[in-house]
Design a binder for this molecule. Structure first.
Ligand SMILES: Nc1ncnc2c1ncn2[C@@H]1O[C@H](COP(=O)(O)OP(=O)(O)OP(=O)(O)O)[C@@H](O)[C@H]1O
Length: 536
């Protein structure tokens, strides 16, 4: 019974970690450190005479604060660096527990008072924490977290998590506050890790460093990673069922082979991690995508009405190392107009789009939108203000149907905004509930435009939207661009197809070596149309 209760407490830590690892795509490898914060926290707090409930709550709060600190240190890092730095934190925490006697009483660990009694004067309730009570509490905690996670997964937060997991760069351009969401996930994971640690320490009446070694962090990570390619709430439960069996298997193998069990435990965990990493991609592709529609929007009547705005770049320069990528670029995107940005490969078009959308800070110059300086405004806030971009290669969100993708983008306008109109605008309404991987390359480009439009942005920066499109799809794109401008949206169109530019653009700017060398109508500016070089 003790073992089952202990496994159920640890499942709470796994479910918490799944928020970061499986849902938000953050490879956090220090959940064992948060478990130890809960375990040693509750031992110390009971030791100084705090009542049980207060000791547990405070221990959980300590773990959550530690989670906040780890979040501040890691949320801005690329995934590989998050994995390495949190793994280092797991080792640091373990080393601290072993080195500082006052923290853990050395390798012996801390003993908790026995029996532990819960007493409530207000409820006139008093009972002893027996194994049976622990089993009940752990089961209720697991059930509560599973229900909460399932609700969260089905709701709009689950949509945002999918974007964080599958396209972090894309998430920002759809208005998802990437760092804030990652930080909240990490703090929740740490708090649940702390809760699990407190429960296990109370159950065992002890907290020892050996029980919270970095191997525990690795095992919790593997359990949370199982199913991470297409997370469902049952995946971490199944993951923990597999991982929890490892110590038993390791014990049997170690006894038969007469080798240390902890070594076999580590080897089996590493082997399972390798297997999960290799298989999660292919298995994830086999799993059906979720087609259910998140809570229906209450009001779809505005159909994404746009508040027009002009985007202006003034003297924008970008230097990366010794290279000057952009040099004093001036440009204006006006409401209801298509401004084509043309130029040879490497002339700086995508770099300018990155600066305008907020993913790259200019070295000099200013970006203004609706007369406000937005040069230092972060990407997600820029989207909510009314400026977003698409990517040269369609950035997929493979687990979200096209409807769920535009619904996600529409969250930039408010929780109840619905993006379904953007699928109609791009003639993709027939594919609303399809698997996005079944769309043609051209349809995926149109889906990018639909997503960007669904944010309600007044200025869309489109990076080669016709790339990979058939002649028919290019015709569809022309219609879509016209529909957007009729709504008052301003478009900056990066495009190599000069006939498309000639057909749809009102104005054009020619970039060469990072400088705007010509500006005017498409026929005045686009080399293929002028039949010569450039005209100013
Ligand atoms: N992070 C970077 N570090 C150094 N140089 C870079 C970086 N990103 C882009 N460049 C360089 O800046 C120049 C402009 O690149 P950019 O991608 O903006 O061009 P582009 O006009 O969009 O080209 P294409 O039409 O091929 O997409 C290129 O010479 C490129 O090699």
């Amino acid at each position: 019974m003790t073992e089952l209760a202990s496994d159920l407490y640890m499942l709470v830590a796994v479910l918490g970690l799944a928020l970061c690892v499986a849902y938000c795509g953050q490879p956090v490898l220090c959940q064992g450190a948060f478990v130890s914060a809960g375990a040693f926290g509750v031992a110390h707090l009971l030791g100084v005479g705090l009542p049980l409930a207060a000791a547990v709550l405070l221990a959980v709060a300590i773990a959550a604060v530690l989670g906040g600190i780890v979040a501040v240190l890691t949320i801005h890092l690329p995934r590989a660096h998050v994995a390495l730095s949190t793994w280092a934190i797991a080792w640091l925490a373990y080393t601290a527990l072993q080195s500082f006697h006052w923290l853990s009483n050395g390798a012996d660990g801390l003993s908790l008072p026995v029996p532990i009694r819960l007493h409530s004067g207000i409820l006139h309730l008093s009972f002893t924490l027996t194994e049976g009570v622990h089993l009940g509490v752990a089961a209720v905690l697991c059930a509560g977290v599973i229900v909460a996670l399932a609700r969260w997964e089905r709701g709009v937060a689950g949509l945002q998590a999918a974007a964080l997991r599958e396209g972090p760069a894309l998430a920002g351009t759809l208005g998802v506050p990437v760092r804030a969401r990652r930080a909240v996930a990490l703090i929740c994971a740490a708090a649940l890790g702390g809760l699990a640690g407190a429960g296990i320490a109370l159950l065992a009446s002890a907290a020892a460093p050996a029980d919270v070694s970095p191997l525990l962090s690795l095992q919790l990570f593997v359990a949370a990673l199982i199913g991470g390619a297409a997370p469902r709430v049952w995946a971490p439960v199944a993951g923990w069922a597999v991982v929890a069996a490892i110590p038993h298997l390791a014990g049997s193998i170690a006894a038969a082979a007469e080798v240390p069990a902890v070594g076999v435990d580590g080897v089996l965990t590493a082997a399972l991690l390798g297997l999960v990493v290799v298989l999660r991609g292919p298995v994830g592709r086999l799993l059906p995508i979720v087609r259910g529609r998140p809570r229906a929007a209450s009001d779809t009547s505005d159909a994404g009405a746009v508040v027009p705005g002009t985007l202006v770049a003034r003297g924008v320069s970008v230097r990366l190392g010794d290279a000057t990528i952009l040099d004093g670029v001036d440009l204006e995107v006006r409401p209801g107009e298509i401004h084509a940005l043309v130029g040879a490969n490497g002339s700086g078009k995508t770099t300018l789009l990155r600066v305008l959308s907020g993913t790259l800070r200019p070295t000099a110059g200013q970006i203004e939108f609706r007369d406000a300086d937005i040069t230092r405004t972060a990407t997600a806030r820029r989207v909510r203000a009314g400026v977003t971009r698409t990517f040269q290669r369609p950035a997929e969100l493979p687990s979200l149907t096209p409807y769920r993708q535009v619904r996600l983008a529409a969250l930039a306008r408010g929780r109840d905004a619905d993006g379904g109109w953007a699928l109609e605008l791009t003639d993709l309404d027939g594919h609303a509930d399809d698997d996005p991987r079944s769309l043609t390359g051209g349809e995926q480009q149109l889906l990018q435009v639909a997503r960007a439009a669904a944010t309600g942005a007044a200025v869309l920066l489109l990076d080669e939207p016709a790339a990979g499109m058939s002649a028919d799809e290019r015709q569809r794109l022309r219609v879509v661009l016209r529909r957007l401008t009729e709504r008052g949206v301003g478009l900056l169109l990066v495009e190599h197809d000069s006939s498309l530019v000639a057909d749809v653009a009102d104005r054009a700017s020619l970039l060469d070596g990072g400088r705007v060398v010509a500006h005017g109508t498409p026929h005045e500016v686009v080399p293929a149309l002028t039949g010569s070089g450039t005209s100013a």
